[in-house]
Ligand binder design. Structure first.
Ligand SMILES: N[C@@H](CCC(=O)N[C@@H](CS)C(=O)NCC(=O)O)C(=O)O
Length: 311
């Protein structure tokens, strides 16, 4: 049994990446449904300002960003690791490419005329305006998610053809006979395109890729139990406090144990999270912060994709 609580919403592709990974691990876990747009007061009580989806909670540990979340889950269920050591560079860079570049292609496609029209059909008119304003605000000041639809329409057949070729010769998974983080990261982007009737026809005509997509989809989401956001906050608030030590603390760029810092995403949603730096590893940092609702919480981030500044 694990104590994972996934804060997510159904339509979120990055949540789908993690739900599918939890499915692959046959996990039983709790879920909290969070709002699609700001405000997200309960989520922010846990994260200290980070607003993206999903977030993974384990007691008073809050894990932001699926790059780190995937690793935390994989370590919990280490038997079927999705990070094969002999393909470490290959699977991690492919996942990073998908989460950043391929995701921005998928987002741009859903904002293409056909994609946007299909989106419009699915949701109330009032929500569209609120959604567009929210996402514009989220992109403000960052450099991510700036691709236009023409570029995306030009790129997608190239990438799909490359996937088709690789799967035809080397499958059944993206990097060969073992499922890896690359499968989950590519999958959620194609899942997002596939969910939009205006652009899903772009995925047609790639039989091996289709077969792979169906295999990943069939993994499912594991077993979820829903709880509400207040319960999740109570779980964080009643968890045991930890006395961190600087034994394994890596000093990078001069940031030291206990220093007051801000951690900021470098692509979009660039709200800083403020606290005391208490974990510093090769690709993980965490701060301690005190929230009036959630109590003492430890908010973890990967290093890749974030910057640390003195508070
Ligand atoms: N680098 C982040 C990206 C997460 C992300 O962009 N998620 C989208 C939803 S799939 C998001 O946060 N959208 C705005 C929101 O949900 O408020 C990760 O890997 O978790």
């Amino acid at each position: 049994m694990n104590d994972f609580i996934l804060h997510h919403y159904d339509a979120s592709p990055f949540s789908e990446k993690i739900r599918t990974l939890l499915g692959h691990k046959n996990a039983h876990y709790k879920v909290v449904n969070i709002p699609v747009i700001m405000p997200k007061p309960e989520l922010v009580a846990l994260t200290g300002g980070y607003r993206k989806t999903p977030v993974l909670q384990r007691d008073n540990h809050i894990y932001c960003d699926t790059r780190l979340i995937a690793r935390v889950i994989d370590e919990q269920f280490s038997a079927q690791s999705i990070f094969p050591l002999g393909l470490s560079l290959t699977v991690n860079t492919l996942a990073q490419w998908a989460d950043q570049h391929l995701f921005s292609v998928a987002v741009a496609l859903t904002f293409s005329p056909a994609g946007f029209e299909a989106f419009r059909q699915q949701v109330p008119e009032k929500f569209i305006e609120a959604f567009m304003n929210d996402r514009a605000k989220m992109r403000d000041g960052g450099n991510g998610l700036s691709m236009d639809a023409h570029t995306a329409l030009q790129l997608i057949p190239i990438y799909l053809q490359q996937m088709e070729q690789q799967l035809s010769i080397g499958g059944p998974y993206i990097c060969g006979d073992q499922i890896s983080i690359a499968d989950f990261s590519i999958y959620h982007c194609l899942w997002f395109i596939n969910n939009n009737a205006g652009v899903s026809p772009l995925l047609k005509g790639y039989p091996k890729l289709h077969q792979w997509f169906e295999i990943i989809k069939a993994i499912g989401h594991g077993t979820q139990t829903s709880i509400d956001a207040t319960t999740a906050i109570e779980i964080a608030g009643s968890a045991q406090k930890i006395l961190f030590s600087n034994d394994d603390f890596l000093v990078v760029n001069g940031f030291t144990f206990g220093q007051r810092v801000e951690i900021i995403p470098i692509d979009y949603g660039i709200t800083p999270v403020n606290g005391e730096l208490i974990v510093s590893k090769r690709d993980e940092i965490a701060i301690k912060r005190i929230d009036e609702k959630a109590g003492e919480a430890y908010v973890h981030f990967p290093r890749v994709g974030y910057k640390i500044v003195t508070a």
